[in-house]
Design a protein. Sequence first.
Length: 117
Amino acid sequence: MEPILGTGDGCELPAIAVCLLTDDPQPGIVLVELVDAHGRPHQLVGKTAYFDGLHTAPKYPCPTSVECTIEDINGDIATVSTWWLSGGPDHPRFVFDVRLDILGPTDRLPPSSRSVS
């Protein structure tokens, strides 16, 4: 039985790691692409550690995922915001409308839910 994801849940948004842009600074910077529910392509650039499955040297392009929080659900469309990636001068999180059925569960906690030791 598929787990049911709801508003406020953490999730994994499938994407494609297109290429490693540089390996300096370590662990490296990668270009990742995804397509939203409206067919619009998006490109994200971030540390390999921000994406699932890129901790070892994969052959590019390869599947990966982006950790997100489900902000809203409207029918079969979920609005998600990224955990680790942000942009602009005020560092807002990236927000995408995606099909709810492509999202996978995560066993990780969003950054704001992690305890500080």
